[in-house]
Write a protein that binds this ligand. Structure first.
Ligand SMILES: [Zn+2]
Length: 71
């Protein structure tokens, strides 16, 4: 991962995404950012991780897009 200068990395679970993946906001915050979770594989994501979570069909959830637009 590239950018290490913006504070300690959040402790996120990351698993290989499966065909069931669907991302949504959890209502929680991690490292001061909205925490998103995948209901398919249990991965977690906050904005600024250098990758974008996509649902099983390849689309990026509207909530995730909004978070990316707002960073
Ligand atoms: Zn997943």
């Amino acid at each position: 991962m590239g950018r290490m200068s913006s504070g300690p990395p959040p402790d996120l679970a990351v698993h290989p995404c499966q065909t069931l993946c669907a991302w949504s906001g959890t209502g929680e915050r991690r490292a001061g950012k909205r925490l998103f979770a995948c209901s398919g594989c249990g991965s977690e994501w906050v904005v600024g991780q250098g990758w974008t979570p996509a649902d099983a069909d390849g689309t990026v959830a509207a909530e995730v897009r909004a978070e990316l637009d707002g960073q």
